[in-house]
Ligand binder design. Structure first.
Ligand code: LHQ
Length: 265
């Protein structure tokens, strides 16, 4: 990993706090920054002491997407550029890393989230945004198509009509509008965003981690399943949840009328 810390990572109260850290360039993604985030997703998030993840940005932006100074307009041989290989190498591992992780991800969108930055935020499980944050599907403005799963998740979150409008027009969507259309969970007053987002993450980190992970798996698979497959899947996952220590603790705490102490096992 390079010396420059383009993504900060600290583990606090079982929460891995990942902060995109190129504030002077609105945390836009260079290859190096994407590599550092991927390394944390691969090596830190799976650690047992990490029971929730909080993703946010340093400075006034969450993330302005791909660093356009690093976006090639021609290939190495002077021919056509291959942006598809950049998407495959840099971005697909980030989105799959978030979606396939069985840890809950909270995203605190602290300012503008544009292009790949917007869709990376939407890949997280619980997305909260500062009252002055904005979301821009900036791709069409530069002749590109949405990536990072935007064409998958947006129609599911906000419906095909609104997804078509915001991706084609590339208009800024305010945090309030994003919340009203179901794109994000909620809007938080700017000054308390980080504290409240951290509280959501620590709440998750004290919950039955395996059950949350299995819930995420069920929600992921629901996007492609029919009802009967999903009902079978739920039965299978309930079987797995029922074999966890946290289930035993949850039932014991209920019977003893006390607060459960979940261990994430
Ligand atoms: C930036 C960027 C940026 C570099 C602001 N890059 N410097 C996948 C595969 C391969 C190739 C291409 O892309 C992709 C996926 C994608 O993500 S495509 C979409 C890429 N992102 C964009 O098109 C967004 C470009 N940025 C903007 O539209 C605006 O900067 C937004 C709306 C994000 C914020 O506007 P303002 O608040 O007015 O800030 P600003 O424009 O003044 O930017 C501040 C600085 O950040 C400025 O640098 P400077 O040295 O002049 O102060 C910008 O150049 C820099 N910056 N975004 N993506």
């Amino acid at each position: 990993m390079s010396e420059e810390r383009l993504v900060l990572c600290e583990i606090v109260e079982n929460v891995a706090v990942l902060t995109l850290n190129r504030p002077e360039k609105l945390n836009s993604f260079t290859r190096a920054m994407a590599g550092q985030l991927r390394e944390y997703l691969d090596k830190v998030v799976p650690q047992p002491q990490v029971r929730a993840v909080l993703l946010t940005g340093a400075g006034r932006a969450f993330c302005a997407g791909q660093d356009l100074n690093e976006a090639p307009t021609e290939g190495q041989d002077g021919g056509q550029p291959d942006l598809g290989s950049i998407v495959r190498e840099l971005y697909i591992p980030l989105v799959t890393g978030i979606r396939q992780s069985e840890k809950p991800f909270v995203c605190a969108v602290n300012g503008v989230a544009a292009g790949a930055g917007a869709n990376l935020a939407l890949a997280c499980d619980i997305v909260v945004a500062a009252s002055d944050a904005t979301f821009v599907q900036a791709f069409s403005k530069i002749g590109l198509v949405p990536d990072c799963g935007g064409t998958f998740i947006l129609p599911r979150l906000i419906g095909l009509g609104k997804a078509s409008a915001i991706t084609m027009l590339a208009e800024k969507v305010s945090a309030d509008e994003a919340s009203a259309m179901g794109m994000i969970y909620k809007v938080i007053e700017k000054t308390s965003l980080q504290q409240q987002a951290f509280e959501i993450a620590t709440t998750l980190a004290k919950m039955p981690t395996r059950a949350l992970g299995l819930t995420k798996r069920a929600l992921n698979l629901s996007l492609g399943n029919d009802l009967s497959s999903q009902l079978d899947l739920e039965a299978m996952l309930q079987g797995e949840a029922g074999r966890t220590e946290d289930f035993k603790e949850g039932i014991a705490a209920f019977k003893e009328k006390r607060v459960p102490r979940f261990q994430g096992k």
